[in-house]
Design a protein around this ligand. Structure first.
Ligand SMILES: Nc1nc2c(ncn2[C@@H]2O[C@H](COP(=O)(O)OP(=O)(O)O)[C@@H](O)[C@H]2O)c(=O)[nH]1
Ligand SMILES: [Mg+2]
Length: 682
């Protein structure tokens, strides 16, 4: 297998879920002879979906590394999950490759995740090749899909392959670059090259001209000769195409049928001829001329080999039986066995050179996002810019007493998957597990059971309500107890005022003439702050209040800090009730991407969730809807969106600000909290 940087192609296979990425990787491996039978997703026999959970769900849940040899080049393929829940893997994979192979369905064309992946790649200025798959399906239309890419994602998308026939009458594909055709005896090795069928000549002519026009436009020398009517050689066109792809000036669009192994020969040729090698494009992670440097883009828990780290060599050569330093943890790591992966199968490898992608087992303290160097050096860690989690669940162990085990196991999972976030809500006390989709969190729960033997339940988390006041109020409280010996005496008068931003707390000491001695005044403050932890409306923390301590009285024998603390707390409660208190709720900014035909339904639904529409714009072939929605109404949005869009939509959200809860709804929240508090008492 060739390993010089100029002979490597690193390609991340990405796109919407169910577009046939895993099947396509399988077909390429099979066509190149890297595996000797064509596995299927249905029978759980593909090379890249090797995990039990993946086979059960018949979908990719983690990125998987495969490799093959084609035209004397080593092609490393990273098959990525399409479900938005597992975007983290895609984000990391895109950082270690020179090309993204964006797979789309010829029936659905550009879908939500296609657009998101495209944007990510755009941000990295990553070369892209499109594969329009599933040409054999009913209602498949290559030309419509091509147009969708051109209008939705980039006008610089240009067809390099065309289908011969369509739907169930599909018989092959045309390679416009080499002007040949390929046919497939359904799941066998693809046959060809062969003659382009007569009846397609006109169409081929049209699209070949479009391709040549687009290519020469990016290369002045070729342009002149082309305009002079000179016949251009295939190799020089391919060369110019690759340069254009490398600079992001063209995005070639290929097509085929993954499950029938049709279109793979031309696609593999295209990856070799159209995608830059690591020698042609600087790695997207700069290590400042370090010696040997490798970047960990994925940590996999392998049931047999333990923890496996997938890496990309950024510089130098990583050899087995060497020692490296982890830039994040400063730990010295012993690199024992290096591995070449083919899905779950691994073979020992001696070394990986610059630009290559491989795996290493049994590192102690190294996970996703880490950088390994041959010697200790100050270097900034690459920021992967993972998306923020969109949904949270409260997690509780099924068995009492398992709390610590649940927390530590979840921490392990979150280490491997940075888009899984674990935290305790200080306000509600919930142990929150946040992820990118419901499926994402559910898979984490499955792994918790499978790998750590702990069972948990997921609940809807509590909404972190707050309370504040709307007007000024004054109260005085005298705390007095006379019990035999020394009594208790504290007396204070306070004024509450709303703070303008409805945030924070201020205590202003306005005592004059020493009616309360200096030493007792902080006790009043303390008592007030304690009372503010659980507001009288719904037991939520109170904020946005200035308290002025204006008057009081003390007793020279019976007064104590304790007495003033209680007086402060009681005075606050009295004043609070008169200060027109309200409940505040978190408002989220939600961005939903949906196909155009679902816009009406989705807007209607957001409206019924007290959402306020902020705007709509076309984005990546879909419509992006922005709205502000109270958190309480959108905790279980994932299921709703799935049923509204038939699984074709996705969303992101983040906290925006707190707002008053409308009074009719506030009453419900207050009643519910009271009920909960009472139940907790029993
Ligand atoms: N008819 C047809 N089905 C396909 C094709 N490619 C994949 N499939 C099927 O589509 C489903 C999803 O495929 P998979 O490879 O898991 O898609 P992924 O989620 O993008 O990896 C599976 O049932 C495949 O058998 C194709 O070209 N034609
Ligand atoms: Mg897959």
């Amino acid at each position: 297998m060739p390993t010089e940087p100029g002979k490597i192609r690193n390609v991340a296979v990405t796109g919407h879920r169910g577009t046939g990425k895993t099947s396509l990787v399988e077909a390429m491996l099979f066509q190149a002879g890297a595996v000797n039978r064509l596995g299927t997703v249905e029978s759980g026999t593909t090379t890249s979906d090797w995990d039990d959970d993946e086979q059960r769900r018949q979908m990719s849940l983690a990125s998987s590394l495969c490799h093959l040899e084609w035209q004397g080049r080593k092609i490393n393929l990273i098959d990525n999950p399409g479900d938005p829940g597992f975007t983290g893997d895609t984000v990391a994979a895109l950082r270690v490759v020179e090309g993204a192979l964006v797979v789309a369905s010829a029936v659905m064309g550009v879908e939500v995740q296609t657009g998101r992946v495209w944007e990510r790649a755009e941000g990295l200025e990553l070369p892209r090749v499109v594969f329009v798959n599933m040409l054999d399906r009913e209602r498949a239309d290559f030309y419509r899909a091509l147009e969708g890419f051109r209008t939705g994602l980039s006008e610089r998308c240009v067809a390099v392959h065309l289908p011969i026939g369509s739907e169930h009458e599909l018989t092959g594909i045309v390679d416009l670059l080499h002007m040949t055709a390929y046919g497939s005896p359904d799941g066998e090795r693809e046959s060809g090259p062969m003659e382009i069928p007569e009846e397609l000549h006109d169409t081929v002519e049209t699209y070949r001209t479009q391709l040549l026009d687009s290519v020469v436009e990016t290369d002045e020398g070729l342009m002149e000769r082309y305009l002079d009517g000179e016949e251009l050689g295939t190799e020089e066109v391919a060369h110019a195409l690759k340069d254009a792809v490398t600079r992001g000036e063209l995005f070639p669009v290929a097509c085929g049928v993954a499950t029938k192994n049709l279109g793979t020969t031309a696609l593999l040729d295209l990856l070799v001829e159209g995608v830059p090698s690591p020698a042609k494009r600087p790695a997207s992670i700069d290590v400042n001329g370090a010696g040997t440097a490798a970047f960990i883009f994925k940590t996999v828990a392998d049931p047999f080999a333990g923890r496996i780290n997938l890496f990309r060599v950024l510089n130098g050569t990583l050899s087995s039986d060497s020692t490296v330093v982890n830039v994040r943890s400063h730990a010295k790591e012993r690199v024992g066995a290096l591995l070449t992966l083919q899905g779950k199968d691994h073979d020992p490898a001696k070394e990986f050179g610059p630009g290559d992608i491989g795996a290493v087992a049994k590192l102690k303290d190294t996970t996703t996002g880490d950088l390994l160097l041959d010697a200790e050096r100050e270097l900034e860690l690459p920021r992967l810019d993972f998306p923020e989690p969109v949904m949270s669940f409260a997690v509780t162990p099924k068995a009492k007493g398992d709390e610590e085990k649940v927390a530590s196991s979840l921490r392990r999972l979150a280490e491997e998957d940075p888009t899984l976030v674990l935290r305790r809500d200080p306000q509600t006390g919930d142990q929150l597990l946040s992820g990118m989709s419901q499926m994402h969190v559910e898979v984490a729960v499955d792994r918790l059971r499978g790998r750590f033997g702990v069972d948990v339940e997921l609940h809807q988390p509590h909404v972190p309500y707050l309370e504040t006041i709307r007007k000024e109020a004054r109260a005085r409280h005298r705390y007095k107890k006379q019990t035999g010996g020394r009594g208790q005496f504290g007396d204070c008068e306070i004024v509450l005022e709303p703070l303008p931003e409805r945030e924070g707390y201020e205590f202003v000491d306005e005592i004059v003439g020493g009616v309360i001695q200096q030493g007792f005044r902080p006790a009043v403050d303390k008592g007030i702050q304690e009372a503010m932890q659980h507001g009288e409306l719904a037991g939520a923390p109170v904020q946005g209040v200035r308290v002025r301590l204006v008057d009081g009285q003390q007793h020279n024998v019976d007064s104590s800090e304790m007495a003033f603390k209680i007086a402060g707390s009681m005075a606050f409660k009295d004043a609070y009730a008169k200060a027109d208190p309200v409940l505040l709720e978190p408002i989220m900014e939600v961005e939903v991407a949906v196909p155009d035909d679902a816009v009406g339904a989705v807007n209607g639904d957001l409206n019924s969730r007290r959402g306020r529409l902020q705007g709509m714009e076309p984005r990546g072939g879909m419509t992006s809807i922005k709205a502000e929605v109270p958190m309480a109404e959108i905790l279980t949005y994932s299921q709703a969106l799935t049923s509204l869009t038939g699984g074709r939509g996705d969303y992101h959200m983040h906290f925006l600000r707190y707002e008053e809860v409308p009074s009719h709804i506030a009453q419900k929240v207050i009643d519910e909290t009271k009920k909960e508090l009472e139940e907790a008492k029993v």
